[in-house]
Design a protein around this ligand. Structure first.
Ligand SMILES: C[S@@+](CC[C@H](N)C(=O)[O-])C[C@H]1O[C@@H](n2cnc3c(N)ncnc32)[C@H](O)[C@@H]1O
Length: 218
């Protein structure tokens, strides 16, 4: 009797690649995904004051292959996208419609070395937890300084009960630390979510995430 064919191993999920900072595999796993809800919420709030034009600058920190940056361009914003991965831009740049190109610029730089111009919106989707913890406070000061009054931050911070908090090079925050970081802001939306997700082979990942949209007060 012949042996049954082995079951093919299911492909790893996006978060399993992110756990190992395997960004090319992560980019493959999230290919074609839409803009993040936190960005969409921030855009909806800004659009109550009218549509964006090229004078509206958004910085997209840790932009990856551009699911958020492309949406910002589509909605009329100018975008300064940053990521430490050249491959992110090798994939993103060909996807920018030629007529949006004049509103886009980028830098291949790590968070730990960034200079940030003033920007009405700083967007950081699932990116800041990958900043070196020793550099996080300096980066955060630059983020707060770059956002003018009535500008916004949109994105995620990860909490201390997230499994990745045990990885030494990650930046995670408690709820009270989140409140301190946003002392100059009013939360438009703050959702603290804890859940569990099975990886491709069933291994459980505990998530603890703050989904944040916040407006600067002063
Ligand atoms: C989980 S992905 C998120 C990508 C995209 N923002 C999204 O929502 O899908 C994290 C991104 O942060 C970038 N990244 C990781 N560490 C970084 C660092 N120290 N400085 C700058 N970018 C970094 C990675 O290259 C990757 O593109």
């Amino acid at each position: 009797m012949s042996n049954p064919a082995p079951h093919p191993r299911p492909p790893a999920k996006a978060h399993e690649h992110a756990a190992k900072r395997d960004w090319p595999a992560y980019y493959d796993a999230v290919e074609g995904k839409p803009a993040r809800d936190t960005l969409l919420k921030a855009l909806e709030l800004f659009e109550r004051d009218g549509p964006a034009d090229a004078s509206h600058l958004a910085i997209d920190l840790g932009c990856g292959t551009g699911r958020d940056a492309l949406e910002l361009l589509r909605r009329g914003w100018s975008v300064f996208a940053t990521d430490s991965s050249q491959e992110a831009f090798d994939r993103l740049l060909p996807r920018i419609p030629p007529d949006h190109n004049p509103r886009f610029r980028h830098t291949v730089d790590p968070f730990e070395r960034l200079d940030l111009p003033p920007a009405r919106l700083i967007n950081a989707s699932y990116a800041l937890p990958f900043c070196d913890p020793d550099a996080f406070e300096a980066l955060w000061r630059k983020i707060v300084a770059a956002i003018p009054k009535n500008g916004r931050f949109a994105g995620q911070l990860f909490g201390e009960r997230d499994d990745w908090a045990a990885i030494p090079d990650r930046s995670h925050h408690t709820r009270s630390e989140v409140d301190r970081l946003f002392a100059d802001f009013t939360f438009d939306s703050l959702q603290e979510v804890e859940n569990r997700e099975a990886g491709a082979t069933g291994e459980i990942k505990n998530w603890h995430i703050f989904h944040i949209v916040a407006r600067k007060r002063a």
